[in-house]
Design a protein. Structure first.
Length: 63
């Protein structure tokens, strides 16, 4: 039986939560948001997607 004061049962403090909107998304972030490991090829494709699509490139992956 777990104790209700267990750290896993506590909500995450607000200061640890963020949306990512505070900072621009870099190509590596976009690749990782797709669930892949950043490789030079994937990073370059993500760079082009960000240049062409801007924020909507991220919104396609993260609703």
């Amino acid at each position: 039986m777990t104790d209700s004061t267990d750290s896993e049962s506590q909500p995450t403090p607000d200061h640890l939560l963020h949306t990512g909107a505070e900072n621009p998304v870099d190509p590596e972030d976009l690749v990782m948001a797709s669930g892949r490991t950043p490789t030079p090829e994937l990073v370059e494709k993500a760079r082009k997607d960000l240049e062409e699509q801007g924020a909507s490139a991220v919104e396609r992956l993260l609703p």
